[in-house]
Design a protein around this ligand. Structure first.
Ligand code: NAD
Length: 331
Protein backbone atom coordinates (compact mmCIF):
# COMPACT_ATOMS: atom_id res chain seq x y z
CA UNK A 1 0.00 0.00 0.00
CA UNK A 2 1.23 3.55 -0.83
CA UNK A 3 2.57 5.72 1.97
CA UNK A 4 0.63 8.82 3.05
CA UNK A 5 3.37 10.97 1.48
CA UNK A 6 3.01 9.19 -1.89
CA UNK A 7 -0.69 9.98 -1.89
CA UNK A 8 -0.92 13.49 -0.40
CA UNK A 9 2.26 15.11 -1.79
CA UNK A 10 1.36 17.97 -4.18
CA UNK A 11 -2.36 17.16 -3.87
CA UNK A 12 -4.90 19.98 -3.54
CA UNK A 13 -6.60 19.73 -0.15
CA UNK A 14 -9.49 21.85 1.14
CA UNK A 15 -10.27 21.93 4.86
CA UNK A 16 -13.52 23.59 5.95
CA UNK A 17 -13.43 24.94 9.50
CA UNK A 18 -9.75 25.03 8.69
CA UNK A 19 -8.63 27.48 11.40
CA UNK A 20 -10.06 25.37 14.23
CA UNK A 21 -8.76 22.50 16.34
CA UNK A 22 -9.09 19.53 13.98
CA UNK A 23 -8.51 21.61 10.85
CA UNK A 24 -5.17 23.06 11.88
CA UNK A 25 -3.84 19.84 13.40
CA UNK A 26 -4.61 18.15 10.08
CA UNK A 27 -3.01 21.08 8.21
CA UNK A 28 0.26 20.73 10.17
CA UNK A 29 0.46 17.04 9.24
CA UNK A 30 -0.45 17.72 5.59
CA UNK A 31 2.31 20.35 5.32
CA UNK A 32 4.77 17.62 6.39
CA UNK A 33 3.32 15.39 3.68
CA UNK A 34 3.84 18.09 1.02
CA UNK A 35 0.15 18.78 0.21
CA UNK A 36 -1.16 22.08 -1.19
CA UNK A 37 -3.61 23.24 1.44
CA UNK A 38 -6.52 25.69 1.43
CA UNK A 39 -8.17 26.44 4.75
CA UNK A 40 -11.61 27.99 4.65
CA UNK A 41 -13.24 29.30 7.82
CA UNK A 42 -15.90 31.85 8.78
CA UNK A 43 -13.94 32.72 11.98
CA UNK A 44 -17.14 32.85 14.05
CA UNK A 45 -16.15 34.09 17.51
CA UNK A 46 -17.82 31.37 19.58
CA UNK A 47 -15.79 28.54 18.03
CA UNK A 48 -12.16 27.54 17.86
CA UNK A 49 -10.68 29.54 14.95
CA UNK A 50 -7.28 30.86 16.00
CA UNK A 51 -4.54 32.26 13.76
CA UNK A 52 -1.90 31.06 16.21
CA UNK A 53 -2.94 27.50 15.38
CA UNK A 54 -0.96 28.03 12.16
CA UNK A 55 2.25 28.98 13.95
CA UNK A 56 5.09 27.40 11.94
CA UNK A 57 3.06 26.75 8.75
CA UNK A 58 1.46 30.15 8.05
CA UNK A 59 3.37 30.68 4.80
CA UNK A 60 2.62 27.13 3.62
CA UNK A 61 -1.19 27.31 3.54
CA UNK A 62 -3.81 29.41 1.75
CA UNK A 63 -6.36 31.02 4.05
CA UNK A 64 -9.83 31.80 2.76
CA UNK A 65 -12.37 33.52 5.01
CA UNK A 66 -15.81 32.38 3.97
CA UNK A 67 -18.91 30.79 5.41
CA UNK A 68 -19.82 27.20 4.58
CA UNK A 69 -23.39 28.44 3.99
CA UNK A 70 -22.25 30.72 1.14
CA UNK A 71 -23.14 28.83 -2.06
CA UNK A 72 -21.12 30.88 -4.51
CA UNK A 73 -18.01 30.76 -2.30
CA UNK A 74 -18.29 26.97 -1.96
CA UNK A 75 -18.92 26.54 -5.68
CA UNK A 76 -15.56 28.23 -6.32
CA UNK A 77 -13.62 26.63 -3.50
CA UNK A 78 -14.31 22.97 -4.23
CA UNK A 79 -12.98 23.15 -7.80
CA UNK A 80 -9.81 21.18 -8.55
CA UNK A 81 -9.50 19.82 -5.03
CA UNK A 82 -8.38 16.21 -4.60
CA UNK A 83 -9.41 15.93 -0.95
CA UNK A 84 -11.99 17.85 1.09
CA UNK A 85 -12.10 17.49 4.88
CA UNK A 86 -15.34 18.96 6.20
CA UNK A 87 -14.83 20.26 9.74
CA UNK A 88 -16.76 23.56 9.72
CA UNK A 89 -19.47 23.21 12.30
CA UNK A 90 -21.56 24.51 15.13
CA UNK A 91 -19.69 22.45 17.72
CA UNK A 92 -21.48 23.15 21.03
CA UNK A 93 -24.20 20.53 21.45
CA UNK A 94 -25.76 22.28 24.47
CA UNK A 95 -26.10 25.50 22.42
CA UNK A 96 -28.08 23.54 19.85
CA UNK A 97 -30.78 23.03 22.49
CA UNK A 98 -31.12 26.82 22.80
CA UNK A 99 -30.75 27.67 19.12
CA UNK A 100 -31.52 24.63 16.95
CA UNK A 101 -31.95 26.82 13.85
CA UNK A 102 -28.34 28.00 13.87
CA UNK A 103 -27.24 24.40 14.26
CA UNK A 104 -29.50 23.37 11.38
CA UNK A 105 -28.11 26.11 9.14
CA UNK A 106 -24.45 25.39 9.78
CA UNK A 107 -24.33 21.64 10.39
CA UNK A 108 -27.01 20.58 7.95
CA UNK A 109 -27.59 23.23 5.26
CA UNK A 110 -23.88 24.14 5.28
CA UNK A 111 -22.99 20.50 4.66
CA UNK A 112 -25.55 20.31 1.86
CA UNK A 113 -24.08 23.45 0.29
CA UNK A 114 -20.66 21.79 0.21
CA UNK A 115 -21.97 18.53 -1.25
CA UNK A 116 -24.03 20.33 -3.91
CA UNK A 117 -20.95 22.35 -4.89
CA UNK A 118 -19.11 19.04 -5.39
CA UNK A 119 -22.00 17.53 -7.36
CA UNK A 120 -21.85 20.48 -9.76
CA UNK A 121 -18.16 21.31 -9.89
CA UNK A 122 -16.04 18.47 -8.57
CA UNK A 123 -17.16 14.87 -8.83
CA UNK A 124 -13.74 13.41 -8.26
CA UNK A 125 -12.75 14.73 -4.83
CA UNK A 126 -12.62 12.46 -1.81
CA UNK A 127 -14.81 13.98 0.93
CA UNK A 128 -14.52 13.24 4.64
CA UNK A 129 -17.00 14.25 7.33
CA UNK A 130 -16.58 14.85 11.07
CA UNK A 131 -19.67 13.45 12.79
CA UNK A 132 -19.99 12.76 16.46
CA UNK A 133 -20.60 10.05 19.05
CA UNK A 134 -23.52 12.25 20.16
CA UNK A 135 -25.43 10.89 17.16
CA UNK A 136 -26.00 7.71 19.20
CA UNK A 137 -27.71 9.33 22.18
CA UNK A 138 -28.23 7.10 25.20
CA UNK A 139 -26.19 3.94 24.88
CA UNK A 140 -27.91 0.56 24.97
CA UNK A 141 -24.84 -1.65 24.74
CA UNK A 142 -21.10 -1.28 25.02
CA UNK A 143 -18.79 -0.93 23.25
CA UNK A 144 -20.92 1.03 20.78
CA UNK A 145 -20.63 -0.34 17.23
CA UNK A 146 -21.77 1.52 14.13
CA UNK A 147 -25.06 -0.42 14.01
CA UNK A 148 -26.12 0.82 17.44
CA UNK A 149 -29.41 2.82 17.15
CA UNK A 150 -29.06 6.55 16.53
CA UNK A 151 -31.29 8.41 18.97
CA UNK A 152 -29.61 11.79 19.44
CA UNK A 153 -30.47 13.80 22.53
CA UNK A 154 -29.81 17.21 21.00
CA UNK A 155 -30.45 19.00 17.68
CA UNK A 156 -26.66 18.88 17.24
CA UNK A 157 -26.83 15.08 17.10
CA UNK A 158 -29.89 15.15 14.84
CA UNK A 159 -28.22 17.51 12.38
CA UNK A 160 -24.92 15.61 12.40
CA UNK A 161 -26.94 12.48 11.57
CA UNK A 162 -28.79 14.27 8.77
CA UNK A 163 -25.47 15.58 7.42
CA UNK A 164 -24.06 12.06 7.56
CA UNK A 165 -27.11 10.77 5.63
CA UNK A 166 -26.44 13.43 3.00
CA UNK A 167 -22.85 12.24 2.70
CA UNK A 168 -24.04 8.64 2.24
CA UNK A 169 -26.78 9.69 -0.20
CA UNK A 170 -24.33 11.66 -2.34
CA UNK A 171 -22.13 8.57 -2.51
CA UNK A 172 -24.94 6.10 -3.27
CA UNK A 173 -27.04 8.14 -5.65
CA UNK A 174 -24.68 10.77 -7.05
CA UNK A 175 -21.40 8.87 -7.03
CA UNK A 176 -19.33 11.24 -4.88
CA UNK A 177 -16.56 9.58 -2.86
CA UNK A 178 -17.61 10.25 0.73
CA UNK A 179 -16.62 8.85 4.13
CA UNK A 180 -18.09 9.69 7.55
CA UNK A 181 -16.57 9.50 11.01
CA UNK A 182 -18.41 9.44 14.31
CA UNK A 183 -15.77 10.89 16.57
CA UNK A 184 -15.71 10.21 20.33
CA UNK A 185 -14.13 12.85 22.63
CA UNK A 186 -11.09 14.43 20.96
CA UNK A 187 -8.47 16.47 22.85
CA UNK A 188 -5.00 17.91 22.33
CA UNK A 189 -3.11 21.04 21.25
CA UNK A 190 -4.81 23.87 19.28
CA UNK A 191 -8.30 23.47 20.73
CA UNK A 192 -10.08 26.55 22.07
CA UNK A 193 -9.64 26.96 25.85
CA UNK A 194 -12.10 29.80 26.49
CA UNK A 195 -15.20 27.84 27.47
CA UNK A 196 -16.37 24.37 28.47
CA UNK A 197 -18.95 23.86 25.71
CA UNK A 198 -16.81 21.25 23.97
CA UNK A 199 -13.40 19.72 24.58
CA UNK A 200 -13.73 18.59 28.19
CA UNK A 201 -10.14 17.39 28.66
CA UNK A 202 -8.77 20.67 27.31
CA UNK A 203 -11.09 22.62 29.58
CA UNK A 204 -10.03 20.62 32.65
CA UNK A 205 -6.36 21.13 31.74
CA UNK A 206 -7.00 24.87 31.71
CA UNK A 207 -8.79 24.71 35.06
CA UNK A 208 -5.88 22.80 36.58
CA UNK A 209 -3.30 25.19 35.06
CA UNK A 210 -5.24 28.13 36.54
CA UNK A 211 -5.20 26.42 39.95
CA UNK A 212 -9.00 26.16 39.99
CA UNK A 213 -11.34 23.57 41.43
CA UNK A 214 -12.56 21.18 38.74
CA UNK A 215 -16.21 20.29 39.18
CA UNK A 216 -17.01 16.67 38.34
CA UNK A 217 -20.67 15.71 38.02
CA UNK A 218 -21.97 12.84 40.17
CA UNK A 219 -19.34 10.44 41.48
CA UNK A 220 -17.20 10.72 38.37
CA UNK A 221 -17.93 7.11 37.39
CA UNK A 222 -19.19 7.91 33.90
CA UNK A 223 -17.00 6.35 31.23
CA UNK A 224 -15.84 8.13 28.11
CA UNK A 225 -13.61 7.38 25.15
CA UNK A 226 -10.91 10.05 24.67
CA UNK A 227 -8.96 10.27 21.43
CA UNK A 228 -5.76 12.29 21.05
CA UNK A 229 -5.90 14.61 18.06
CA UNK A 230 -2.81 13.20 16.29
CA UNK A 231 -4.44 9.75 16.25
CA UNK A 232 -7.65 11.26 14.89
CA UNK A 233 -5.76 13.14 12.16
CA UNK A 234 -4.02 9.90 11.15
CA UNK A 235 -7.42 8.17 10.89
CA UNK A 236 -8.69 10.91 8.55
CA UNK A 237 -5.59 10.68 6.38
CA UNK A 238 -5.73 6.89 6.12
CA UNK A 239 -9.47 6.84 5.41
CA UNK A 240 -8.83 9.46 2.72
CA UNK A 241 -6.53 7.23 0.70
CA UNK A 242 -8.48 3.99 0.83
CA UNK A 243 -11.21 3.38 -1.74
CA UNK A 244 -12.81 0.81 0.59
CA UNK A 245 -13.95 3.66 2.85
CA UNK A 246 -16.22 5.19 0.17
CA UNK A 247 -19.85 5.38 1.35
CA UNK A 248 -18.91 4.04 4.80
CA UNK A 249 -19.38 5.29 8.36
CA UNK A 250 -16.76 4.62 11.03
CA UNK A 251 -16.49 5.12 14.75
CA UNK A 252 -13.21 6.81 15.56
CA UNK A 253 -12.05 6.82 19.16
CA UNK A 254 -9.45 5.16 21.32
CA UNK A 255 -11.81 2.29 22.11
CA UNK A 256 -10.61 2.56 25.73
CA UNK A 257 -13.17 3.34 28.48
CA UNK A 258 -11.93 5.83 31.08
CA UNK A 259 -13.89 6.99 34.12
CA UNK A 260 -14.26 10.76 34.52
CA UNK A 261 -12.66 10.49 37.94
CA UNK A 262 -9.54 8.82 36.52
CA UNK A 263 -9.27 11.36 33.69
CA UNK A 264 -9.59 14.30 36.10
CA UNK A 265 -7.15 12.90 38.64
CA UNK A 266 -4.62 12.29 35.85
CA UNK A 267 -4.91 15.91 34.72
CA UNK A 268 -4.46 17.34 38.22
CA UNK A 269 -1.48 15.08 38.81
CA UNK A 270 0.24 15.83 35.46
CA UNK A 271 -0.39 19.58 35.63
CA UNK A 272 0.60 19.60 39.32
CA UNK A 273 -2.06 22.17 40.19
CA UNK A 274 -5.83 22.49 40.71
CA UNK A 275 -8.13 20.23 42.69
CA UNK A 276 -11.36 18.27 42.26
CA UNK A 277 -14.86 18.68 43.74
CA UNK A 278 -17.75 16.30 43.11
CA UNK A 279 -21.07 18.12 42.51
CA UNK A 280 -24.70 17.27 41.61
CA UNK A 281 -25.55 16.89 37.93
CA UNK A 282 -26.85 20.26 36.60
CA UNK A 283 -30.33 20.06 35.00
CA UNK A 284 -29.19 21.05 31.49
CA UNK A 285 -26.57 18.30 31.46
CA UNK A 286 -28.83 15.66 33.01
CA UNK A 287 -31.07 15.99 29.95
CA UNK A 288 -28.39 15.15 27.45
CA UNK A 289 -26.24 12.72 29.43
CA UNK A 290 -25.78 9.62 27.31
CA UNK A 291 -24.61 7.14 29.94
CA UNK A 292 -21.26 5.41 29.61
CA UNK A 293 -19.74 5.57 26.16
CA UNK A 294 -16.85 3.85 24.48
CA UNK A 295 -16.62 2.96 20.85
CA UNK A 296 -16.07 -0.29 19.04
CA UNK A 297 -13.33 0.76 16.61
CA UNK A 298 -12.82 -2.63 14.96
CA UNK A 299 -14.40 -1.52 11.66
CA UNK A 300 -11.93 1.27 10.87
CA UNK A 301 -9.05 -0.89 12.09
CA UNK A 302 -10.02 -3.69 9.74
CA UNK A 303 -10.61 -1.49 6.67
CA UNK A 304 -7.53 0.75 7.08
CA UNK A 305 -4.17 0.16 8.80
CA UNK A 306 -5.10 2.70 11.51
CA UNK A 307 -4.37 1.99 15.14
CA UNK A 308 -4.51 4.73 17.80
CA UNK A 309 -1.11 4.92 19.47
CA UNK A 310 -1.19 7.68 22.10
CA UNK A 311 -2.53 6.72 25.51
CA UNK A 312 -4.36 9.11 27.79
CA UNK A 313 -1.46 9.97 30.12
CA UNK A 314 0.89 10.67 27.24
CA UNK A 315 -1.80 12.71 25.46
CA UNK A 316 -2.53 14.82 28.55
CA UNK A 317 1.22 15.47 29.00
CA UNK A 318 1.63 16.58 25.38
CA UNK A 319 -1.45 18.82 25.60
CA UNK A 320 -0.32 20.40 28.87
CA UNK A 321 3.18 21.07 27.47
CA UNK A 322 1.69 22.80 24.41
CA UNK A 323 -0.50 25.16 26.47
CA UNK A 324 2.22 25.80 29.03
CA UNK A 325 4.36 27.15 26.20
CA UNK A 326 1.58 28.95 24.28
CA UNK A 327 -0.87 29.93 26.99
CA UNK A 328 -1.10 33.60 25.96
CA UNK A 329 -2.60 32.64 22.61
CA UNK A 330 -5.46 30.60 24.06
CA UNK A 331 -6.53 32.08 27.43
N1 NAD B 1 -14.23 18.86 19.33
C1 NAD B 1 -15.10 17.89 19.54
O1 NAD B 1 -15.37 17.53 20.70
C2 NAD B 1 -15.76 17.18 18.38
C3 NAD B 1 -16.28 15.88 18.55
C4 NAD B 1 -16.90 15.26 17.48
C5 NAD B 1 -17.03 15.93 16.26
N2 NAD B 1 -16.53 17.18 16.14
C6 NAD B 1 -16.72 17.88 14.88
O2 NAD B 1 -15.47 18.18 14.31
C7 NAD B 1 -15.54 19.41 13.59
C8 NAD B 1 -14.39 20.30 13.97
O3 NAD B 1 -14.51 20.62 15.34
P1 NAD B 1 -13.30 21.26 16.16
O4 NAD B 1 -13.18 20.49 17.40
O5 NAD B 1 -12.13 21.45 15.29
O6 NAD B 1 -13.96 22.66 16.56
P2 NAD B 1 -13.40 24.15 16.33
O7 NAD B 1 -14.40 25.06 16.91
O8 NAD B 1 -12.01 24.26 16.80
O9 NAD B 1 -13.41 24.26 14.74
C9 NAD B 1 -14.57 24.46 14.01
C10 NAD B 1 -14.27 25.56 13.01
O10 NAD B 1 -15.42 25.71 12.15
C11 NAD B 1 -15.55 27.08 11.90
N3 NAD B 1 -16.94 27.35 11.51
C12 NAD B 1 -18.05 27.30 12.29
N4 NAD B 1 -19.13 27.62 11.58
C13 NAD B 1 -18.70 27.87 10.32
C14 NAD B 1 -19.35 28.25 9.12
N5 NAD B 1 -20.67 28.45 9.11
N6 NAD B 1 -18.62 28.41 8.00
C15 NAD B 1 -17.27 28.21 8.03
N7 NAD B 1 -16.60 27.87 9.15
C16 NAD B 1 -17.31 27.71 10.27
C17 NAD B 1 -15.18 27.79 13.19
O11 NAD B 1 -14.83 29.14 12.98
C18 NAD B 1 -14.02 26.92 13.67
O12 NAD B 1 -12.77 27.41 13.25
C19 NAD B 1 -16.92 20.02 13.88
O13 NAD B 1 -17.77 19.81 12.79
C20 NAD B 1 -17.38 19.24 15.09
O14 NAD B 1 -18.80 19.14 15.16
C21 NAD B 1 -15.87 17.81 17.15
Amino acid sequence: MSSLKDVYEKKEVLITGGLGFLGTNLAHRLVDLGAKITLTDAVLPQYGANQFNLDGIRDKVEINVNDIRDKSAMNQLVRDKDFIFHFAGQVAHNDSLEDPFLDLEINCSGTLTLLEACRKYNHGAKLLFSGSRLQYGKTERLPVEENHPLRPKSPYGVHKTAAEEYFIYYNREVGLRTTCFRITNPYGPRSQMKHSKYGIINWFIRQAMDGNTIEVFGEGKQKRDYIYVDDLVEAFLLAGIDGKTDGEVFNVGSGVPTEFKEMTESIVSIVGNGNIKYVEWPENYKNIETGDFYADISKIKSVTSWNPGIDLLDGIKRTFQFYEKNRDHYW
